[in-house]
Structure formats: structure tokens, C-alpha cells
Design a protein around this ligand. Structure first.
Ligand code: NAD
Length: 240
């Protein structure tokens, strides 16, 4: 079914969330609440509040996330999406993920709505640095005296203009939008699937558990791992 829709579509875009990268070994927010990060809501640490008022906890949280990121790699699903883009099957990706795995796998048109955990920037002079530097105490203090923080969008911050513009370009005229691994609870990123739907696009949601947006979707796949689902669709496309 989906491979047929992909054949018919002149513009297919993929929208990904943290569930896209769990098969690489990175926890999503849901699993984080079930044990990682000491059962404290990651939305607390990943916030402008923690950056300002709980700096030590903020640093500890992001050191843990950066250490996890550096230890993991894109999986077969990320690589298939990159291959689909090369073959003209997919025109781009809108992602809420900060791991950079789509780009590492070779995807070119990626709107990273929530920034990038692989980079740091100084809050004083805006100089940028690689993520590894965050792991040492010396690495978080810029020569200008500013604090060096991860280049991710925190809860309480606006999305980066250029990434939103790319996402809007991708959504414009989209005929098929495939959501992979997002609970679709984080706003405003979760508005993009609805924007696609408003334009008459077919909406497919592939997520382990149901989402609040399932009623809007033309096709919902629950209880299946994204990597397995992508490989299945890939085989169907190759049989054509
Ligand atoms: P979420 O954690 O709210 O939802 C992830 C969804 O993916 C869940 O509903 C889960 O059931 C599903 N899922 C998990 N593994 C799956 C698999 N293998 N196959 C199919 N479904 C699977 O994530 P979200 O909607 O992206 O929103 C939370 C926020 O978390 C985002 O802002 C994002 O920036 C941030 N985040 C990113 C990363 C990352 O970059 N890898 C990791 C954790 C959190």
C-alpha cells in the first residue's frame, strides 16, 4: 500500500521523532521517563529554566546525552531514508531529533527543527565548538567568558528560522507525509503533519503506540519497529 502511494506521489516528505533513533540505542523521551535520567522529566532539564536556574543539572543532563550520542550510530532505517532521497523517492526530512543521524547517514535536505546536539555555541560571542568539548569543565567556558552550551532548542525557546523555512518549503505541495517515531506531543513541530493534511497530502503515521493524531491519518502502523517497516517498504519498492 505505502509503496504504491510512494509511486504515485510527486513529493514525499518524512517527519521523524525520537522513536526513529531508539533502534540506534538512543532513548526517546518516553523511555527516559521509565528509568533513564533518574525518572525526572527530560522536559525539565532541556529547558531555559534549567539553563538559568539549575545549571549543574543542565550540564549533567547534556553530558549524559552527548556521551550517549557519541557512542551510537545511524541504523539501517536512517540509511534507507538517505537512499530514498538519492533515488528521488523522498524529497526531504523534517526532524525533531537533535542527533544528526539523518545527515550522518547521507540525507541532504533535513530540516532539524530542534537543532543539533553535535555542536555547541558560546552564549556570549556565539563561537561554535564540537560536542565533545562539553564533557570537560574547561570545555564549557569560552575565552570571552561566556558559557558554552549545546546548539539544541530548549523548551521555552523559538525554533531556528532557517530550519522552519526549510520545513515550510518541504511541506509546501507535499503529496505524502510519512511520520516515523513521534508521539506528536511537542508543539509547534507537531503542526507540520497537520499542515500537510490541510494541503490534501496523504498522512501515514508509523509509531509503536497510538498517537493523538491517528484519526487524521490515512494509514497508521502501530506495534512495528521503524527499521523493520522501512526495510519492508524498501523490498516492495525494489520489486516494482
Ligand atoms: P517521543 O519520545 O515523545 O515519542 C517517540 C515515539 O516513538 C513514542 O510514541 C514511541 O512509542 C515511538 N517509538 C520508539 N521507538 C520506536 C521504534 N523502534 N519503532 C516505532 N516507534 C517507536 O519523541 P518526539 O515525538 O520526537 O518528541 C520528544 C522530543 O524529544 C523532541 O523534541 C526531540 O527533540 C527530543 N528527543 C530527541 C532525541 C534524539 O535526537 N534522538 C532523543 C530523545 C528526545
Amino acid at each position: 500500500m505505502i509503496s504504491e502511494w510512494m509511486d504515485q506521489s510527486n513529493k514525499t516528505v518524512v517527519f521523524t521523532g525520537a522513536g526513529m533513533s531508539t533502534e540506534s540505542g538512543l532513548p526517546d523521551f518516553r523511555s527516559a521517563l521509565q528509568g533513564m535520567w533518574r525518572n525526572k522529566d527530560p522536559k525539565y532539564y532541556a529547558s531555559t529554566y534549567a539553563l538559568t536556574h539549575a545549571r549543574a543539572e543542565f550540564i549533567q543532563f547534556y553530558r549524559q546525552r552527548i556521551t550517549g550520542l557519541l557512542a551510537h550510530r545511524p541504523h539501517v532505517g536512517h540509511h534507507l531514508l538517505a537512499e530514498w532521497e538519492r533515488r528521488g523517492r523522498v524529497q526531504g526530512i523534517i526532524t525533531q531529533n537533535v542527533d544528526g543521524f539523518h545527515q550522518a547517514a547521507g540525507s541532504l535536505r533535513v530540516a532539524s527543527l530542534h537543532g543539533n546536539l553535535n555542536r555547541l555555541f558560546c552564549m556570549g560571542c556565539q563561537a561554535t565548538y564540537p560536542a565533545e568539548q562539553f564533557l570537560t569543565d574547561a570545555g564549557i567556558h569560552c575565552q570571552c567568558g561566556g558559557f558554552i552550551r549545546p546548539a539544541v532548542v530548549l523548551f521555552g525557546e523559538a525554533l531556528p528560522d532557517h530550519e522552519v523555512r526549510l520545513a515550510e518549503e518541504l511541506i509546501s505541495g507535499v503529496e505524502l507525509l510519512i511520520v516515523l517515531g513521534s508521539s506528536l506531543q511537542v508543539s509547534p513541530a507537531n503542526l507540520f503533519p497537520l499542515l500537510a493534511k490541510e494541503q490534501g497530502a496523504k498522512l501515514v503515521i508509523v509509531n509503536w503506540e497510538p498517537t493523538e493524531f491517528d484519526e487524521e491519518a490515512d494509514w497508521v502502523v502501530n506495534g512495528k519497529k521503524i527499521g523493520d517497516w522501512l526495510q519492508q517498504v524498501h523490498r516492495e519498492l525494489n520489486q516494482k
